[in-house]
Design a protein around this ligand. Structure first.
Ligand code: AVI
Length: 328
């Protein structure tokens, strides 16, 4: 006899295995309430981040783009000098709008390499596999859809070639300094002596310039932060009242920590599904994201602490941003 299990009635409570739900509940139950910024990037968050990158206050994208468009020949030369023959692996490849300049330069120099973009979004990888060959017909491309370390592990089983890892866009800034150290140490474990890492850092500069980048006049960064509350409302059946929170970016020039908060404008209760109630005091801060800024000396220290040796630095003309080349 076949027993057909009864399907449970649709339930407003999320299962305990849902990591989004668990992370949100855990973050909102902590003494310093926080949300994990990786959840910013749903479809609406992706679109808002695209708009942030177009904002004139958000200088980071333009600075790194300038480095890639004007210095790809020098970067390509350095990669060949320090690595010889290699494959190019990009963590969080996105649409490769910056790295395409380096990819093209390497192809123009007849460098034999395969490009392995890694991204958590299957859609991103699908798009890259569809669009890049049209732009770079001779490119050998193998997309990897999944979590960085898991994909690096798979790659190590598949290819024994030397690796050049790209981690662009100041993504490392979204870790606090301790987490950046442990991330680099972990990365190092998937690399061999002689492998290279090219990673972008936003540099310390006048505090107002940094603060404005996270507080654009048109309110796109504000909307980007609030989008996560909308997402929680929609996907986890919560009832955040957006009008009762204020976007509050901060920058501490002594530590280089640029942190964004949402401030509760009054004492209030927020429900998540039927089981969880979170209470906010008036003026309580919900910590959303860090975007850590560095000096070049601090990037050198980070390399030294995590098993890398800095071999070259590529700056934009204002020296606001640096792509550091480190070797294992
Ligand atoms: C993705 N990351 C490098 C951006 C940053 O600058 O920290 C995310 C961002 N958040 C607000 N504006 C941009």
């Amino acid at each position: 006899m076949t027993v057909i299990p009864t399907l449970p009635a649709p339930c407003k409570r999320k299962p305990a295995t849902d990591s989004f739900y668990n992370d949100v509940v855990q973050g909102l139950s902590a003494p310093q309430k926080h949300l994990d910024p990786k959840y910013f990037y749903d479809a609406a968050g992706d679109a808002l981040f695209q708009q942030i990158m177009q904002c004139h206050e958000y200088y980071l994208t333009g600075c790194e783009m300038e480095i890639l468009t004007s210095q790809s020949p020098q970067i390509a030369q350095a990669l060949q000098k320090y690595a010889g023959a290699f494959d190019l692996v990009e963590l969080g490849a996105g649409d490769a709008t910056k790295s395409i300049h380096l990819l093209r330069e390497l192809l123009d120099n007849a460098v034999d390499y395969t490009y392995f973009p890694i991204d958590i979004s299957a859609n991103v990888i699908k798009q890259l596999e569809k669009e890049l060959p049209a732009k770079l017909p001779h490119l050998q491309l193998h997309g990897l859809n999944g979590e960085y370390f898991h994909m690096l592990q798979q790659l190590n089983e598949y290819s024994t070639r030397k690796k050049v890892l790209l981690f662009m866009g100041a993504n490392i800034g979204n870790f606090n300094t301790a987490a950046a150290r442990s991330f680099c140490q972990q990365l190092r474990q998937y690399l061999q002596p002689g492998d290279l890492l090219l990673t972008g850092f936003d540099l310390k500069k006048h505090p107002q310039i940094i603060l404005n980048a996270y507080n654009d006049a048109t309110g796109i960064t504000r909307a980007f932060n609030f989008n996560l509350l909308h997402r929680i409302n929609r996907e986890l059946h919560a009832d955040f009242d957006i009008t009762k929170f204020e976007h509050f970016p901060t920058y501490d020039p002594s530590t280089g920590a640029c942190k964004s908060y949402l401030i509760s404008l009054e004492k209030q209760l927020v429900h998540i599904g039927e089981d969880v109630t979170v209470s906010f005091a008036e003026n309580e801060a919900l910590y959303m994201e860090i975007s850590q800024k560095y000096t070049l000396e601090e990037t050198d220290q980070l390399a030294a602490q995590t098993g890398f040796k800095p071999v070259s630095s590529f700056f934009d003309s204002k020296k606001w941003f640096v792509d550091c080349l480190w070797q294992c």
